[in-house]
Design a protein around this ligand. Sequence first.
Ligand SMILES: NC(=O)c1ccc[n+]([C@@H]2O[C@H](COP(=O)([O-])OP(=O)(O)OC[C@H]3O[C@@H](n4cnc5c(N)ncnc54)[C@H](O)[C@@H]3O)[C@@H](O)[C@H]2O)c1
Ligand SMILES: [Zn+2]
Ligand SMILES: [Zn+2]
Length: 371
Amino acid sequence: MKGIVYTGDGVEISDELGIRDPGPKEVRINVMAAGVCHSDLSVINGTIPWKPPAVLGHEGAGIVEAVGAEVRSVKPGDHVVIATLANCGVCRACSTGHPTWCLRSLGNVSKPFTYKGEPASNFAAVSVFAEQTIVSEVQAIPIPKDVPFTSACLIGCGVLTGVGAVLNRAKVRPGETAAVFGVGGIGLNVIQGLEIAGATRIIGVDTQASKESLARQFGATDFIDASTTDAVKAIRELLPANSASAAGALSPMGGATWAFDCVGHPAVLRNALDVLDWGGGAVALGIPPQGTEVSVDINSLAYVDRTLMGCRYGSSRPHHDVGMMIDLYKAGRLKLDELVSLTCPLEDFRVIVDAMHEGTVARGVLEIGVL
Ligand SMILES: NC(=O)c1ccc[n+]([C@@H]2O[C@H](COP(=O)([O-])OP(=O)(O)OC[C@H]3O[C@@H](n4cnc5c(N)ncnc54)[C@H](O)[C@@H]3O)[C@@H](O)[C@H]2O)c1
Ligand SMILES: [Zn+2]
Ligand SMILES: [Zn+2]
């Protein structure tokens, strides 16, 4: 079968992939569509270390093709969004509603594929840049059949991560303000999550001016081109000390209640901390190379109740959150179709990568299977 393989010195679009039968608690899926997230590019450029050969892609949707003997929750023919968390379901983290903390959900590498006859591993326990993949039963989340696969696939990473960071991790409340650094697939979902949460000021920041119209389309009230403007100064001017909210209450210090780093760079995370109001929180979503450190004056946190928090996969609980995203989409409150700027067959993967670098897409989506 066809797929995109990380070979160690780049990617190969290969038709020399094989896949095994599903184990007792596994599901084999005909992948229909897969979004390209920056984390896939980060494997290719070495930012995220991964042992080759591996089949890339971790944001996908498809149709269940075969199930193992013990699988009960899905059956062949079901439409599913694929979650990256192969969590155990029985540990303390899982039992308290935190599958992103489950030890079994991290570094979960197996080798369900062959590439040129040799074993090849999965990526992020998903591997949807291929005509078929195998995942644990817990990762296959059923969805209604009337949601297009090209839109549904984006829930699998970008939407769960971005919207989840706002609703599950920061728990943003109506009337709060936020700066969103990096208006890519993740940042746009943070922006629309902020709108759903009722944030009144949502400031998008990107080094590509072309991202302004997308940012505003998804709910940003302001946009800053960080390639020409000092973003920290501009945000502080937009949210000044002693400014009155629409309701009239004064904000004594000014700055944003929340700032989200959707880039993964220490200077960006530092900017996110530097724009916070007293009591504000910065959320680290972007993934830099291992060992990257950020420097901050501890007093700027300790004296004024500021917070720096990490967020994995939107702190999501996929069996609850995927359905919630579909409900919000059907209610017209979550944009999925609008996230799909470009669709291509697997063979044109590089077209999407180029468009991501040029800043012309919200998300590029690979159309893999045919109905
Ligand atoms: N924490 C998680 O669970 C999780 C999940 C998915 C992705 N990620 C990470 O999130 C990050 C973003 O992913 P994406 O798919 O949205 O990427 P993307 O390529 O779609 O978007 C990144 C955006 O950041 C902008 N940018 C680059 N440098 C900037 C800077 N200095 N200041 C402001 N903007 C800048 C780019 O122009 C682009 O618009 C990546 O690091 C990815 O690995 C993390
Ligand atoms: Zn991702
Ligand atoms: Zn667990």
